[in-house]
Ligand binder design. Structure first.
Ligand code: FMN
Length: 291
């Protein structure tokens, strides 16, 4: 009932762990056996220390973070990816140009089923959402040479143009959205709260933005879309799929409901589908586009 397929990757359910959430080590990734796929923490060519503390701040309707793409560098990181005991591992990579993207993709490719290009971190400048739009096709073409399906993760800004450039480069799927650029200030001291001052907002508060982005991409292009942003319940997954998503990713939801969110939402989805007379989750994909 919950089985889906994206770019030839078969998943027992449409629920994927989003990049950056408890996915830096093999042990932590293996806690997500109930997910259809696990996306790794984004890795680059060299080690990055990330921003100074605080890097995460929990707010009323979501989580603000500016970790700064901290990672050990791809050569060190792939050691964590040997025989990870989950259904599918998707490798998330970032880079400052096509050559760098290609390098990281080739290193990670033997260990993963697909490669997700992070081109949307809102506080990482050129290795994030400021990656130049006209250079996206070349970067995607370079990553495609690593021989695995390529997903391109884009943010809420300029989403249709960036999706079109990803398609031009030969992307197999588009992932939308990343965190939304945001900040918070301690009004007693007047200081911005995050070490980096500006960060990315995720969790419940961004769901309507994610839904709008998935709907717009799915209405305009044939490419499979993976929806991310603010999912904490089965109803959120249905909403994303009605907007056109073929699968979804969950990040902040893990903070609210722990790792059991995957098995729980899978069960809730089956109950919802049965109650509403569906035999497969695929039947809800794109319903809102046809209305
Ligand atoms: C603490 C934290 C770290 C993240 N790190 C990454 C990352 O390394 N790469 C990436 O593509 N997205 C990263 N994200 C963004 C998530 O993958 C996701 O796109 C975003 O949080 C929206 O989904 P959510 O509301 O379910 O959390 C991170 C999010 C959080 C909260």
């Amino acid at each position: 009932m919950l089985r889906v397929e994206i770019a030839g990757i078969k998943m027992k359910n449409p629920l994927m762990l989003a990049s950056g959430i408890l996915d830096l080590t093999k042990e932590s990734m293996e806690r997500f056996v109930d997910a259809g796929a696990v996306v790794t923490k984004s890795v680059g060519r060299e080690e990055r220390k990330g921003y100074k503390n605080p890097v995460v701040y929990e707010m009323e309707y979501g989580i603000l973070n500016a970790i700064g793409l901290a990672n050990p560098g791809v050569e060190e990181y792939v050691r964590e990816l040997e025989e990870v005991g989950v259904e599918n591992v998707i490798g998330s990579v970032f880079g400052g140009n096509a050559e760098e993207f290609g390098y990281v993709a080739r290193k990670i490719s033997p260990y993963v089923k697909a490669i997700e290009m992070n081109m949307s971190c809102p506080h990482a400048k050129r290795v994030g959402a400021e990656y130049p739009e006209d250079e996206i096709p070349d970067a995607v073409k370079e990553v495609k040479k690593a021989g695995k399906p390529v997903f391109v993760k884009i943010g809420m800004e300029n989403i249709l143009n960036r999706a079109e450039r990803a398609i031009e480069g030969g992307a197999d799927a588009v992932v939308a959205i990343n965190t939304v650029k945001a900040m918070a200030i301690d009004i007693e001291t007047g200081h911005p709260i995050l070490g980096n001052r500006v960060g990315g907002y995720s969790g419940k508060g961004i769901k309507p933005i994610g839904i709008r982005c998935v709907y717009e991409i799915s209405s305009n292009y044939e490419i499979p879309v993976i929806g991310v942003g603010g999912i904490t319940r089965a109803e959120d997954v249905i909403e994303y799929m009605m907007a056109g998503a073929r699968a979804v990713q969950i990040g902040a939801g893990v903070y609210y409901r722990d790792v059991s969110i995957f098995s729980e939402i899978a069960k809730e989805l089956e109950e919802w589908l049965e109650k509403h007379g569906y035999t497969s989750i695929k039947d809800v994909i794109g319903i809102a586009i046809k209305k």
